[in-house]
Write a protein that binds this ligand. Structure first.
Ligand code: SF4
Ligand code: SF4
Length: 423
């Protein structure tokens, strides 16, 4: 039964008296045996942060004076190749381009599109190199203020369903699903997904999170433009676009994997509590969300399953560094393996993703953090494995979810109806 409309919720938001709870707060109430009532909650906020490989940027970059070249044939930003076009910009001295968050720098194997996007959003200098169709080369240093358009397009974001990965073989396996080549057999698990906080876990049939919904993408008010690629009713994900100039660099960036640099993003969505059915979907608990355990070789062979209670319920968000335990190895394996470059001689918590690679790599236990573990059986054998790599960051997801709540509560984020649905 309908309880309220989006318009009625917006009136309360504008008056500063909307009742907002995060999906985690709802889950905690359920865990404590309480039964929250839809009448008491206007909006539930949700969020996620993780590797989102479908991230691209559409940019318009100034390169030279008008007339210096007819058209670009190649372009790179900080060594990361983009695709000039689709508009040729004949003789304008500027280049329209599309660049992928998954593209790798030709100059630095640890740098790629995700790191570039963070640098753009942070306002850092970006080195542009353009080759024109007549073979001339142009160089220019720009910042985000020089770039006319900087629009992010996420072709597949905020998935509802994730897999976790282990390596059952003796071979080292290279994959985007682990921060380094994965050792085996059954040495550990690499996981993704923010469980009960994840937007589409709380609105699995996309009743309120759908094309036309306003959301936060990396801190910028953005919009869902449709279902993402490979989306299905059972495994939905979102296509999202947002202005990079409005984003906060904290919420996006690059993440090293065994198959090279990837890109991570953060998404927060508001669920208007229009009826009981919508509200009750937000009661979901980590322990009830199944996480398949999959063979990293080929990714489709499901070996067993665990749940998000094992991943997040008793784990820490960030590691603690114990410098007195660091013996200053000649080749620090943590510096080598940290996917975000958060450790050099000290731990930079601003760069840290909470992945756990340091904890499970340092031979002298200079880092501690609870990252959870799983136990599962295959045929007549039981395996106990630590979660050695978390490719989703629950801390950033919580921070963006809290930011969305703050904006709703102070009246600066007004909800809207989905394009194809009424209030
Ligand atoms: S591997 Fe561990 S002990 Fe060795 S230098 Fe790195 S942090 Fe220190
Ligand atoms: S948890 Fe450790 S390895 Fe992971 S990003 Fe933070 S410092 Fe780096």
């Amino acid at each position: 039964m309908k309880i309220r409309s989006v318009e009625e919720i917006n009136k309360k938001i504008k008056a500063g008296n909307a009742n907002v709870l995060s999906a985690e707060e709802i889950s905690n109430l359920i865990k404590e045996g309480e039964t929250p009532k839809a009448e008491d909650v206007d909006v539930v906020t949700t969020g996620t942060c993780g590797i989102m490989s479908g991230t691209a940027a559409v940019l318009h970059v100034p390169v030279s004076d008008p007339g210096a070249f007819k058209k670009a044939s190649k372009i790179s930003l900080n060594g990361v190749p983009g695709f000039p076009g689709p508009c040729p910009n004949e003789w304008l001295g500027s280049v329209d381009l599309v660049i992928y968050g998954t593209s790798h720098s030709s100059e630095d194997e640890k740098y790629g599109g995700g790191f570039l996007f963070k640098d753009i959003v942070a306002g850092n200098d970006i080195e542009v190199e353009v080759e024109s169709i007549d073979g001339k080369t142009f160089h220019k240093t720009v910042t985000v203020d020089d770039i006319g358009t900087a629009q992010m397009l996420g072709t597949r974001m905020a998935f509802k369903n994730y897999n976790s990965f282990t390596n059952p073989s003796e071979e080292l396996i290279s994959s985007i699903f682990h921060a380094v080549d994965m050792e085996g057999p059954f040495k550990g698990l690499s996981v993704s997904g923010c469980g009960q906080l994840n937007p589409l876990q709380n609105d699995p049939v996309m009743k309120t999170i759908c094309a036309g919904s306003k959301i936060l993408l990396n801190g910028a008010e953005s919009i869902i433009i449709g279902n993402g690629t490979r989306s299905s009713p059972e495994k939905p994900n979102l296509m999202i676009t947002g202005d990079m100039k409005q984003m906060d660099p904290h919420f996006l960036g690059g993440f090293q994997t065994g198959a090279g640099p990837e890109v991570f993003d953060s998404v927060a969505c508001a669920i208007p509590v229009l009826d009981n059915e919508i509200f009750e979907k937000t009661f979901i608990l980590n322990k009830d969300i199944v996480l398949p355990i999959t063979d990293i070789r080929g990714r489709h062979s499901v070996l067993s399953s665990t749940n998000y209670g094992e991943v997040w319920d008793n784990s820490d968000e960030r590691p603690v560094y114990h410098p007195e335990k660091c013996i200053k190895c000649d080749n620090c394996v943590v510096r080598e393996r940290c996917p975000t470059g958060a450790y050099s001689d000290n731990l930079n918590l601003k760069k840290c993703f909470g992945c756990g690679m340091c904890v499970h790599s340092c031979p002298n236990q200079a880092f501690t953090m609870e990252t959870g573990s799983v136990s599962f059986g295959i045929e007549d054998k039981t395996y106990d494995m630590p979660i050695i790599c978390r490719q989703s960051d629950i801390k950033r997801a919580r921070e963006l979810t809290a930011e969305l709540r703050r904006r709703i509560e102070d009246g600066s984020f007004i909800l809207n109806n989905c394009l194809d649905k009424t209030s």
